[in-house]
Design a protein around this ligand. Structure first.
Ligand code: ADP
Length: 240
C-alpha cells in the first residue's frame, strides 16, 4: 500500500462571485419640487445595464430620459431608490466623491458643444485626459485621435470641424480615458445619416475595443438599430 501522501492537492473550485452590472437603478424616484409644485420625473424605475453593452433609451418627450441620464452620470441623485455603478452605490457619495467618480469613470457626450471652443481638437482631448489623471495626456490624446482617424484634424478648433468630427473628438476623449461608462444624450441628433453612421461606428468601437458601456438617449432609428439593447420608457418607468 502506498502510504506516501501526494503533494498535489486538488484545488477548491474558485467561488466565482458574479460581477455586478455596470449600472443598476432600483426603484428609483426623482421628484422635482418647485414651490408647491411637484413633478415626478421617475417613478419606481428599475434598470440593469450589463458591462460592455450599448444601450439605447427611447421614449416620448417628458418621460424622464434626461433625468435618468443625469442620475446614471452621477450629476444628480435620486429622491428615493438606489443607483449603483459596478455595484457601488452613488446615492451615498458626497459631491466631491461624485466629482472624482465622474472624472475617472464616466464620460458624457451631448448633442453638441462637447468641446472647449478655444482649444484645438488635440488640446481638448489632452485636457480631458489630464483631468481624468491619464499619464502623458498629450501623447495619449494623439493616440486616441489617431485611432479615430482624426490625426489630420488635431490642430483644428471645433469651429472648423464638422459636427460629426466634433462628436468623434468627444468619443476619442472617452476612449483615451478608457471611460467605463459613456452617457450620451442624442449624440447624433444634429447629424445627417452619413455622419450619424460614422459616429455610431465610433461608439461601437468604443464599446468593443475599450470595453466601455454606452447608455444613450435617442430618437433615431439608426441609433436604436446599432444598439445591443433598446429600452423604452413611459411616464418615468422602463416599459420594455
Ligand atoms: P425627457 O428627457 O424624456 O424629455 P425629462 O427627464 O427632461 O424628460 O423630464 C421629465 C419630467 O420632469 C418632465 O415633466 C419635465 O418637465 C420635468 N423636469 C425635468 N427637469 C426638471 C427640473 N429641473 N425642474 C422641474 N421639473 C423638471
Amino acid at each position: 500500500m502506498n502510504t506516501t501522501r501526494s503533494l498535489y492537492v486538488e484545488p477548491e473550485p474558485l467561488q466565482s462571485e458574479a460581477e455586478p452590472p455596470m449600472l443598476e437603478l432600483r426603484d428609483v424616484f426623482r421628484i422635482y419640487r418647485s414651490g408647491a409644485t411637484e413633478t415626478v420625473a421617475l417613478r419606481g424605475l428599475d434598470l440593469e445595464v450589463a458591462r460592455g453593452s450599448f444601450v439605447a433609451i427611447l421614449g416620448p418627450s417628458g418621460c424622464g430620459k434626461s433625468t435618468l441620464l443625469a442620475l446614471a452620470a452621477g450629476l444628480d441623485v435620486p429622491s428615493a431608490g438606489e443607483v449603483r455603478l459596478r455595484g457601488r452605490s452613488l446615492t451615498r457619495l458626497d459631491d466631491d466623491a461624485l466629482a472624482r467618480l465622474r472624472a475617472s469613470e464616466i464620460a458624457i457626450v451631448l448633442q453638441n458643444d462637447n468641446l472647449w471652443p478655444s482649444l484645438s481638437a488635440r488640446e481638448n482631448v489632452t485636457v480631458s485626459l489630464g483631468l481624468a489623471g491619464v499619464p502623458y495626456p498629450q501623447q495619449a490624446a494623439l493616440r486616441a485621435l489617431d485611432a479615430f482617424g482624426l490625426l489630420d484634424r488635431a490642430g483644428h478648433r471645433p469651429s472648423s470641424l464638422s459636427g460629426g468630427e466634433q462628436q468623434r473628438v468627444a468619443i476619442a476623449a472617452a476612449a483615451g480615458r478608457e471611460a467605463a461608462l459613456v452617457v450620451a444624450d442624442e449624440p447624433t441628433g444634429e447629424l445627417d445619416r452619413e455622419n450619424e453612421q460614422i459616429v455610431l461606428d465610433a461608439l461601437r468601437r468604443l464599446c468593443e475595443e475599450c470595453g466601455s458601456t454606452i447608455v444613450t438617449v435617442t430618437h433615431s432609428e439608426q441609433v436604436a438599430a446599432a444598439a445591443d439593447r433598446v429600452i423604452e420608457m413611459r411616464d418615468g418607468r422602463v416599459i420594455s
